[in-house]
Design a protein around this ligand. Sequence first.
Ligand SMILES: [Zn+2]
Length: 145
Amino acid sequence: MAVAEKKPEALNKFVPYEPAPGEEYMNDKQLEHFRQILLTWKQDLMEEVDRTVRHLQEEANNFADPADRATQEEGFNLELRTRDRERKLLKKINETIEKIDEDDYGFCEACGVEIGIRRLEARPTATLCVDCKTLAELKEKQLGG
Ligand SMILES: [Zn+2]
């Protein structure tokens, strides 16, 4: 059972944004671009959550059979973790859409620089620029996190 983090399908569905020369960063057109990406991603994710929930219900029904209970419990736990991750991600996506609505999207929360279109297309929920992200990860490691 592979649990490897794969790139969400929704992040392969759009045409990368090509800003015109001198175009203002995070103008309405760019904000709309990212809103569409996030909405598509959210839609996909909600369908995934539906599938996970259905799967959980099916597995719960099969729990009556003790023969492969251990295997099932393992699968069950895995799905619960998946569900938890999906829920957190959905929350994050919703928060990000709110930021777009408030015209507060695309800038690093720590130092205020532009996060950048390409980085945001790869990771639309990013709130830190590459430098601050790297720094945050280093700190986390030092704290033994
Ligand atoms: Zn920064």
